[in-house]
Design a protein around this ligand. Structure first.
Ligand code: UDP
Ligand code: G50
Length: 461
């Protein structure tokens, strides 16, 4: 794409959690392998989870041409951040160490550092670093364009008195049900919300926003953002998605692919709620009942602990002996980190019960797997809206957030899974999205063109 004499030197600064680290590493891999760029990866020490440190280590061994630079965080007193969420606390600790990045970035480099790509959650803390060092700054937005619209428009919503009680109206997107807005955003005193507002309003000071979305899933939203209809003066929003899963993600992870090899084409439903969502035990029990009642084969990744996986207590204790036996007869249950790309791209998998973390949505799109959306927290209901609008899946809105307020009964879960797995129209739609996603990453596709646009603009700065 670019010969190495004109290729820019780009540094990347990911945030906490696999949902942020993974797209950053996929982006780094693409910049090196497809665009010939010089890449520096800022590796934050320590990480929250073992999965993150293992992924960084695998990545660095796979890409010796990438320069890793350690960024050691300051000691941090969690009681000053008013949160229990380990990923949020870590993000806060990165933000509070922002001034320490200048010395890390200013050591001489050949070619000299040109651009820093900053995770959206760190935007307002790190933009001053790039402006002091006189390098350009791009933001990587790791969620949907619909979520980006909310992020940049949020202050206007707060200022407006004309909003209805049921919807936020944001130019370029369908009315956003208030029930889909991340609940934390209604608490204006929370640190997350303060940063959300600050990050959103500082985006205009960056040189551009890279977004891991598939252009055609969100074309109107992206057009409105780029036409200045959402806010004035927003820099280019460049869709580079779907970022493609890589080989380095596969090493040292459990692979149930051999089990899938023995199942019938399109017959297995894959159930996973991502890397940081722990489901309550009562809901886990109902889900087990639902999976058994669905009469489908299933591959279920159970997680009842936020960070990494719980080892001490077996699923048997949660489900009881009888239900556990039924589960074992019908499917495969895993508690460890799995090769999600390998699973979604396997021909035996015909449906995905997903929390709609944005990476999972883009991966389901890339492999054409219909989703039963069961958003749990944060931006996931907004992402589920994108899934529903594009007919990439079903979403039962009455299942609520994963906050334990609604206990979805097994019988209902079973019925919906059956519906997902037997919906021929949905299969065709998902296959169509897959075709579009594959085109996006080919020559002259929207993702490839997004990368070219970004590299060209780096070279002009
Ligand atoms: N993932 C995986 N194996 C697992 C759990 C998650 O490979 O056992 C990957 C998944 O493919 C995705 C990322 O981790 O790329 C999770 O990001 P997502 O945005 O879907 O959800 P989050 O974990 O941030 O809630
Ligand atoms: C968690 C959450 C709310 C929320 C998100 C969460 C997002 C949205 C992207 O992960 O990921 C985003 C995060 C932070 C920010 C701007 C945008 O400052 O509880 O929205």
């Amino acid at each position: 794409m670019s010969d190495s004499s004109s290729a820019p030197h780009i540094a990347l600064l990911p945030s906490s959690g696999m949902g942020h680290l993974t797209p950053f590493l996929r982006l780094a891999a693409s910049l090196v392998s497809n665009c010939n760029c010089h890449v520096t990866l800022i590796t934050i020490q320590p990480t929250v989870s073992l999965s993150e440190s293992q992924l960084i280590s695998n990545f660095c061994s796979s890409f010796p041409q990438i320069t890793p630079k350690q960024f050691q965080l300051l000691p941090f007193d969690p009681s000053t951040a008013h949160s229990q969420d380990p990923f949020f606390l870590h993000m806060e600790s990165i933000r509070r160490s922002a001034h320490l990045l200048s010395p890390v970035l200013s050591s001489p480099a050949s070619p000299p550092l040109n651009t820093l790509i900053i995770d959206i959650t760190l935007t307002s803390a790190f933009l001053p670093v790039t402006s002091n060092l006189n390098i350009s700054s791009y933001i990587l937005f790791t969620s949907s364009a619909k979520m980006l619209s909310l992020c940049v428009y949020f202050t206007k919503i707060l200022e407006s008195s004309t909003e209805s009680n049921e919807y936020f109206e944001i130019p370029g997107t369908s009315p956003l049900p208030i029930s889909s807005v991340p609940p934390v955003l209604f608490d204006l005193s929370s640190l997350f919300t303060c940063h959300f507002i600050e990050n959103g309003s500082k985006l205009v000071e960056s040189n551009g926003i890279l977004i891991n979305t598939l252009e055609s899933l969100e074309s109107e939203t992206l057009a409105a953002l780029n036409d200045g209809k959402v806010v004035d003066g927003l820099p280019p929003v460049i869709s580079i998605g779907p970022l493609v899963p890589c080989e380095f993600e596969k090493s040292s992870v459990s692979s149930p692919l051999r089990w899938l090899d023995n199942e019938q084409r399109g017959s297995v439903v894959y159930v996973s709620f991502g890397s940081r969502t722990a489901m309550g035990r009562a809901q886990i029990r109902e889900l087990a009942v639902g999976l058994v009642e669905s009469e489908c084969r299933f591959l279920w990744v159970v997680k009842d602990k936020k960070v990494d996986r719980e080892e001490e207590e077996g699923l048997e204790i949660i489900l009881g002996n009888e239900l556990m036996q039924k589960v074992k007869e019908k499917g495969l249950v895993l508690k460890e980190w799995v090769d999600q790309e390998g699973i979604l791209s396997h021909s035996s998998v015909g449906g995905f019960v997903s929390h709609c973390g944005w990476n999972s949505v883009t991966e389901a799109a890339l492999y054409g797997v219909p989703i039963l959306a069961w958003p749990q927290h944060g931006d996931q209901r907004i992402n589920a809206g994108v899934v529903e609008e594009n007919e990439l899946g079903l979403w039962v809105k009455s299942w609520g957030w994963g906050d334990g307020q609604v206990l979805v009964k097994g019988e209902e879960i079973g019925k919906k899974i059956k519906e997902l797995m037997n919906d021929g129209r949905l299969k065709l739609k998902a296959a169509h999205v897959k075709d579009i996603a594959k085109k996006a990453i080919e020559v002259d596709g929207t993702s490839k063109n997004g990368f070219s646009k970004f590299i060209n603009s780096c070279n002009k700065l």
